[in-house]
Design a protein around this ligand. Sequence first.
Ligand SMILES: [Zn+2]
Length: 558
Amino acid sequence: MRKSAAAEKILLGNVHLLDARSMRAEAIAVADGRVLAVGSRTEVMRARGSATEVYDLTGSTIIPGFNDTHAHLSVVGLKTLRPSLAGARSISDILSRVAELTRSTPPGEWIVTMPVGEPPSYFDSPSGLLEKRMPTRDELDRAAPDHPVYLSSAGGYWGQMPCYSAMNSLGLKRNGIDRNSRPSATGIEILRDANGEPTGVFAERNFVGVIELDLLRAVPRFTAGDRLEGLRRALALCHAKGTTSIYEGHGCAPDVVSAFRKLRETGELTMRSGIVLGATWKDLDESEIVMRDWLSAFRERGFGDAMLRIAGIFVPCTGDTRINPLIRRNLTDLGWSDYVRIMGSPAEFERVSMLAARYDLRVHTIGSDRLSEIVPILERLAQLYPIGERRWVVEHLSKASMSDLIALQRIGVSATLIPAHTVWKSAYRYVDLTDEELDLLCPAKQLVELGVPVSAGTDATPYDPLMCLWAMTTRQERTARRVIGPNGRISNEAALRLLTVNGAWLTFEENVKGPLLPGYYADLAVLARDPLVTRADEILDNSCLGTMVAGRWVYGPN
Ligand SMILES: [Zn+2]
């Protein structure tokens, strides 16, 4: 304990340091944005000065703030910008919401709502409605004859496919959609009546939704200003869940990078943010020019400060490349994504990653179910360039084999997991796996045991880290509540580490960020209950009472 300085704040409560020794304390003092002291009440109170604020949080638990290492942060706020249809139980409920919106919208202007169904996931869209179908153009026309109306669809990542959207007649007209219209992209369907006329309802089966790029070109888009406002709102929403740091390993699109930069500039960025750049080049030659010349500031550990650091690139290795021409023609039109939605192939990944290694740019890619294809490429690269020191990351790791995980350990590549998405939301995709393979789905336990740097993120589906904690400790999927790979379950503490202290490695901050040890950043969350001893079925009953970043309250304390 430094005796010279007085504490700015002292918090009394049940403190989990989450250091290597799993120490606990009764109090924590902070000063100059760092932890000044932790220990017994008596010890810590010695740091009390005349101006020290003392917070008696007895009964609450103080943990290192959550580090959501796959956050898609701006999308969290974007979802609050459009009028919600939450709570609508029937088509007439929806029509009265739309009619209400016509009263505050000048005639002729678009009315664009959030999807039908219950947020945050809209799984019941439209099965949760009394009629179990979307409203048609005729019905929407009755509610809004003078406004183009679009009930947008949830993205495949956070919703459940097929994702439905609906439009009234004026909306269809603005988009030039009639009985002869056909989508050019696959996975999109225009629903039609017995006479072949569009009913106004669309269904999309693409995981990454492209209907607006393909068919609905007249629908208003999210602007750069919307993305900035989305990010601003997301900060408050995520701080209210105890999140103090995020990492955007999926690679941010230029407008999103710019929104982070702008909030840093105005002093509004209260979330420590690690940003990875999305790849926008059109071919290998262009990628080399970009990496050699334009991304030089983002090589190695990148550029920035303790609040915003930009480093490395995202290189796609998987996905449905058929959507690429559409995406490339509309690079700034991101829809519900915050990343550049170009999909990749293993061959392209290898070529681009080889160049990235040459220019010392850290590579991030989505592992999902394709780790077996990615590992041999990483092994070839590692023969030429030692990857471990470069801290490359496989994101969204879901399906894995033990030998591939061992290879990651050997090469020195880290992994991020999105447990709520993989295990809770999407386990239905893995019904064909054996019990042993299911134990390795979202392999938190095995990665920890192997010593691979691993952390977890919410993927914004939903953005509450407690949902990920619950998913890792119970491994329960959402439809039949089946336990997926019971041998893959980990303890509350192990899961909490993946969601807090482990993420600092991704930004080379493991010696200053994470555990609540003296000298480390004073980034913490105050929770109503102790998440280390909470029973699995009570994890989601916990709540955040206060969040501190760099010694300042960014939420609460309540
Ligand atoms: Zn993602």
